[in-house]
Design a protein around this ligand. Structure first.
Ligand code: ZN
Length: 245
């Protein structure tokens, strides 16, 4: 393939743009915020599991407390009924005595139930504290996630802006060069990430290999408008005064 040496040198400008575009694409894939967001998602999911367990513990205690309160209510009702019957004072003495006995045991029962309720309420306070702690940690993690999302979106917008700018300068440059040359360049670039490289000091700028003997002689013999390629990496080698030929 033939191309004017000046045209060949412009391939390096095209390559500089494409290298920047590749770096931008790499930056987009490897934004630190992406890893941060993955960690936060795992953290939030674990916290949600913890929160559900803590809520179940609180709900269980609430149910137990409600059951005890209902029992206390029943004992109180039974006590008022007994007290009313005692106050009325009617009925056989044995029956009244039995009522008094029952009142004693009802009082004991009420006191036991109230002690148990107090203990459950203390447990509930502890369980609620655990739940509150988890919810605070989750709220904090959600805030950190929102902040990381904002930073990610800012970075993505910045990358998109730079890409747009680079694409806009690439288009007229590539359009100016012979289509056949750009096609070859694009093909090599698709395979290796780099389509054209400068030959400096007898060294290929693509694979950094130094040219010797027959390789060097072949390049030296080539006409200035020959498009020469590295034997090693197949890239287009652009020759300038610094090529060491
Ligand atoms: Zn090479």
């Amino acid at each position: 393939m033939k191309a004017d040496p000046k045209v060949q040198r412009r391939l390096l400008d095209l390559q500089a743009i494409d290298t920047t575009l590749a770096q931008l694409a790499h930056r987009r894939r490897t934004l630190p915020e992406l890893a941060e967001l993955e960690t936060l998602a795992r953290e939030l999911s674990a916290l949600e599991d913890e929160r559900v367990r803590a809520q179940v513990a609180v709900d269980d205690l609430d149910r137990d407390i409600a059951r005890i309160e209902k029992d206390v209510e029943q004992v109180r009702a039974r006590k008022s009924k007994d007290e009313a019957r005692l106050a009325a004072g009617s009925g056989p003495a044995r029956e009244l005595e039995a009522l008094q006995h029952e009142l004693v045991s009802l009082n004991r029962r009420q006191s036991d139930l109230e002690d148990a309720e107090l203990e459950l309420m203390e447990q509930r306070e502890t369980a609620q504290g655990v739940l509150d702690g988890i919810e605070r940690r989750a709220a904090d993690a959600r805030e950190r996630r929102a902040a990381a999302e904002r930073r990610r979106d800012d970075a993505l917008a910045e990358i998109a802006k730079e890409e747009e700018f680079k694409r806009q300068s690439r288009q007229p440059l590539a359009g100016d060069l012979p289509a056949e040359l750009v096609t070859l360049y694009d093909k090599i670039r698709a395979d290796t990430g780099l389509g054209a490289a400068l030959l400096t000091g007898g060294r290929c700028g693509g694979c950094r290999l130094e040219l010797y003997g027959a390789d060097m002689a072949r390049i030296r013999k080539a006409a200035p408008d020959d498009v020469v390629r590295c034997e090693e990496c197949r890239r287009i080698m652009v020759r300038t005064n610094e090529s060491g030929l």
